[in-house]
Design a protein around this ligand. Structure first.
Ligand code: NDP
Length: 337
């Protein structure tokens, strides 16, 4: 029985992508042969998503696709149809985020998937398939960032938290969870005109124009927040650090502005600020499970629904372009059922 899915084909020459195509195709079952390692789990996919990384992969930008042909999609939620892995049984609903799916191995933007069980978790209690997909890698990354801030002693009493790229996927989940935990959230966005109301609905107390953070500034600046969740990198992250109170902490997970870090050590050595890196792809199973539990309890379902847009598989290429241009609000789920 065949299935529909997006397939990326690339030819790479000297590290540069020469030819790229991403198209919806009818695929034979054998397309998945060899996927999923020694103990593969077959999944009928219910939902996938469009993350920033999927935007890069589908649009032919370098850095994500490591094999060709490839079904993209770093997230999936689906029902197990066959399993060679004792940890998962037929009929169980499972969630996959990262782990190389949609990069080095076939991912979730197709009706069928064959994946390694190492990065699968059972659908967390309290979430349905669509909401788990809506959270996806971006939401998991937001929660991993918050867990890291808590580990560094963050507390609503210590002061506000700034979230950069606030109207994006990671940012929206971070704003909603932090606000529901009682933090005063400062949402930094480049789209205040269109998204301020949305961000207030998610719980942001204050909107900051991202231009205030995007140019190079002094090494130390007015103390403005106790902690930060940065999804943007570059000058923005440097300015977030320079405006963090003494002994505060900032997480870095993204590079929407740039991968550079053009700053000084001053916030670290004069204010004791901590910079914590977040990598959802390699986070341990234990940490991912803890993050999913916390998402299930601390992310209000109505706010998750508010930030979610559902699209069919056919609309993925256009959505991929939109996410790269910063035009997507919140999270995108792709319906495959
Ligand atoms: P989105 O595209 O949904 O959000 C990114 C947001 O960043 C945009 O919505 C926009 O927010 C802001 N932004 C875009 N361009 C710029 C710019 N030039 N300068 C400043 N801000 C900008 O992506 P995601 O939320 O899915 O991912 C965010 C980042 O996190 C990406 O870089 C992604 O690769 C990374 N990521 C990393 C993970 C990890 O494990 N380390 C996992 C998941 C994501 P606004 O319009 O509000 O300004």
């Amino acid at each position: 029985m065949g299935f529909r899915g997006i397939v990326i084909e690339q030819t790479v020459d000297g590290g540069r992508i020469r030819e790229h195509s991403a198209e919806l195709r009818d695929l034979p079952e054998s397309f998945l042969d060899g996927s999923g390692g020694d103990a593969p789990v077959d999944v009928d996919v219910l939902y996938s998503g469009v993350n920033y990384k999927d935007g890069l992969a589908v649009s032919g930008k370098p850095g994500v696709v490591r094999t060709s042909p490839l079904i993209p999609g770093i997230d999936l939620v689906g029902r197990v149809s066959a399993s060679a892995d004792d940890r998962f049984s037929v009929g169980e609903t499972v969630v996959l985020t990262g782990g190389g799916a949609g990069e080095a191995t076939h991912g979730g933007l197709a009706a069928r998937a064959r994946v390694s069980g190492d990065y699968l978790v059972a659908l967390p209690e309290g979430l349905d398939a669509r909401r788990a997909a809506a959270i996806g890698t971006a939401g998991l990354t937001a929660m991993l960032s918050i867990l890291a801030l808590e580990h560094e002693g963050a507390d609503p009493e210590r002061g506000p938290v700034v979230v950069t790229g606030a109207a994006g996927g990671v940012g929206s989940v971070a704003v909603a969870v932090l606000a529901s935990l009682g933090y005063r959230v400062i949402a930094a966005t480049g789209r205040a005109d269109s998204e301020a109301e949305y961000l207030h609905r998610l719980g942001a107390a204050e909107i900051l124009d991202r231009r205030e953070l995007s140019e190079a500034g002094p090494a130390l600046q007015k103390r403005s927040w106790a902690a930060g969740v940065d999804t943007v990198g570059s000058n923005t992250l440097v300015n977030v650090l320079a405006r963090t109170q003494d002994d505060g902490a900032v997480t870095a997970c993204g590079l929407a502005q740039g991968a550079d870090l053009p700053g000084t050590v001053m916030p670290f050595i004069l204010r004791g600020v901590t910079l914590v890196g977040i990598n959802s792809v390699t986070a341990s199973r234990e940490l991912r499970q803890r993050a999913w539990e916390r998402l299930s309890s601390d992310l209000p379902a109505d706010l998750l629904d508010e930030m979610t847009t559902e699209i069919p598989l056919d609309d993925v290429p256009a959505r991929a372009e939109a996410i790269l241009h910063g035009r997507v609000r919140g999270r995108t789920v792709v319906s495959l059922a």
